[in-house]
Design a protein around this ligand. Structure first.
Ligand SMILES: [Fe+2]
Length: 295
């Protein structure tokens, strides 16, 4: 039976709550100025509401969100983030991982777990990353590349310990007849500036190249992206990125969209068809692209 996974990312929930003066510390200052000057014109809550309504109407089997619910990681943004996640579905049906904006300042480090914990918990109750959730034929593997960085930097890092656990997880899942979907905020392959990249992308690509996965999903660059990564035994692993789910048409290179994956089959003979749905010039959500990734 075909199982459907929906992927959306980077909603950057708007409007930004009014920060207290005491909260405008460190990187939040430049982030706040950036929001007021530019980003508030891009991330439109009405656009996001249309994306969410369209996604819900598709009734996917499960939903994955690859981070950046917040903008400058204010405490109120995490509370609103939880309400937004709940508007997508119940914690077992919605899986989230944090993005760099959700780790904007060190002071917010505990907020994703505190507010969104039950949306990013493994089936075995695991806290932290990677965690694994099995849904239909899928094993969703949640990673965190979200680390606080200096102003004007948006790099990500998995770190040696998480990469080692990812390798162990992929090895453990390999014989279990599951379709392994790796969720990571930062793209493993990107044309973006060095200030925005995953700093240990080479090590991540090595883990995928050695142990394999069926699909890698990411956000961060706010673009439709598809890169084929090298897997083991001459296989290829698609790494797919989606635009920001709130990007108004004409205000960003790629307007708001999300992807649906229809997955069927068995190991070695998976079928996976991707459908992109997004907002057009008229402001309505429509199908934009359909692509067979496998089968
Ligand atoms: Fe983002």
């Amino acid at each position: 039976m075909v199982f459907t996974l929906a992927h959306l990312s980077d909603p950057h929930l708007a409007p930004l709550p009014a920060p207290r003066w005491s909260e405008l510390i460190g990187k939040r200052v430049t982030g706040y100025i950036n929001w007021q000057r530019r980003r508030r014109f891009i991330h439109d809550p009405a656009v996001l509401a249309k994306i969410v309504a369209d996604l819900r109407a598709q009734a996917p089997g499960t939903i994955a969100v690859t981070g950046d619910l917040s903008n400058i990681a204010l405490p109120e943004e995490f509370v609103r983030g939880r309400a937004w996640l709940a508007s997508l579905g119940a914690p077992p049906d919605v899986t989230v991982i944090p993005g760099n904006h959700d780790a904007y300042v060190r002071a917010a480090a505990a907020e994703p777990e505190r507010c969104w914990g039950d949306f990013m918990r493994g089936d075995d109750g695991t806290r932290g990353f990677p965690f694994v959730r099995r849904r239909g034929p899928l094993a969703l593997i949640g990673l965190s590349s979200a680390v606080p960085t200096a102003p004007f930097m948006a790099t990500g890092r998995l770190g040696e310990a998480q990469l080692a656990r990812l390798a162990e997880t992929l090895v453990a899942l390999a014989p279990e007849n599951v379709f392994r979907v790796v969720l990571i905020h930062h793209p493993p392959v990107s044309q973006a500036s060095r200030h925005k990249r995953l700093t240990d992308a080479v090590q991540f690509l090595r883990v995928i190249g050695t142990h394999g996965a069926e699909l890698v999903l990411h956000g961060h660059d706010h673009l439709h992206m598809l890169n084929w990564l090298d897997g083991p035994n001459e296989t290829s692993v698609p790494a797919v990125g989606v635009p920001s789910a709130s990007a108004a048409w004409g205000m960003s290179k790629d307007a708001a969209a999300y992807n649906l994956y229809a997955i069927d089959g068995v190991p070695g003979a998976w079928t996976c068809e991707m459908t992109s749905r997004g907002v057009g010039a008229a402001g309505t959500v429509m199908q934009q692209r359909r692509l067979k990734l496998f089968g």
